[in-house]
Write a protein that binds this ligand. Structure first.
Ligand SMILES: C[S@@+](CC[C@H](N)C(=O)[O-])C[C@H]1O[C@@H](n2cnc3c(N)ncnc32)[C@H](O)[C@@H]1O
Length: 250
């Protein structure tokens, strides 16, 4: 018996890992996260697998399924959107497993911010522009520690990637524009990797109006930073003059 916490990717079923596909195909029980996990990934599930949509369940109900599965010697695939390492509420489930002696494993997945970067055809780090990516969100019902307020993070000037915040894009802009400057480019990617994916580009001056006009209010990644607008310098990694352990100079 085992519980697998599986990163089910950003939406496109082809962005599941091979391991995630195998775990889904073998599981007795599959718990999937409502609207953000593409139901198409369930096509690999066994016909007799028991399916639960976690969007209608409490944490207590989810972990009860784990405990029952343990008693019955069944395998559970607990699917989370994107990668479980960020904004997935997986840790409290992991703690339940530790406390109750339930064997578990975490299977990483492709995060939606990676899918957003792919949709933008944009590397998030460029030499000479930014070598740091900050992943964060606006505080909502889940508060953000004061030291991590967007206005504080913006002072660094790095590439800023925001989850769970597009519904308050005006507030995002208000918190970061003094540090970045209003001409700084911004991109919003809605439902990255899904057929209905949309990209809205602008600057801190006009992005709030553009997002509102497009009617985007959820399931989006916001990327802010000069990396979106500057060509930067080429990376040294493939520079003929740069020697490393796998390649001699020249
Ligand atoms: C609960 S968090 C889950 C994040 C997930 N663990 C990940 O790595 O992508 C949900 C938020 O992730 C972002 N998100 C998830 N899937 C997305 C997608 N396909 N395109 C854009 N944003 C997405 C949105 O900001 C959404 O509000």
């Amino acid at each position: 018996m085992k519980v697998y916490f599986v990163g089910a990717g950003p939406g496109d079923p082809e962005l599941l890992t091979l391991k995630a596909q195998r775990v889904i195909a073998q599981a007795d029980i599959i718990i999937h996260a409502g609207s953000l996990v593409n139901p198409a990934v369930l096509a690999w599930a066994r016909a007799d697998a028991a399916l639960f949509d976690s969007s209608s369940l409490t944490l207590e109900e989810v972990v009860k399924i784990f405990s029952q599965a343990k008693a019955e010697g069944k395998t559970v695939a607990r699917l989370h959107s994107g990668d479980p390492s960020i904004f997935s509420a997986v840790q409290e489930q992991i703690e339940h497993c530790y406390k109750n002696g339930i064997d578990f494993e975490v299977v990483p997945g492709v995060s939606s911010f990676s899918a957003a970067s792919a949709a933008l055809r944009q590397e998030l780090t460029r030499p000479g522009v930014s070598q740091t990516v900050i992943i964060s969100r606006l505080g909502g019902r889940t508060p953000v520690p004061a030291r991590e307020a967007l206005s504080e993070l913006a002072r660094i000037g790095a590439t800023l990637v925001l989850f769970l915040s597009v519904d308050r894009i005006g507030e995002v802009v208000a918190q970061v524009k003094d540090s970045y400057g209003t001409a700084t480019p911004v991109a919003v990617v809605e439902r990255a990797s899904w057929p209905e994916e949309r990209v809205v580009r602008g600057t801190l001056e006009d992005i709030a109006a553009r997002v509102k006009k497009a009617g985007i209010s959820r399931s989006s990644i916001i990327v802010i930073g000069p990396v979106l607008g500057e060509r930067g310098e080429r990376s040294l990694l493939y520079d003929p003059g740069f020697e490393h352990s796998y390649r001699a100079r020249g």
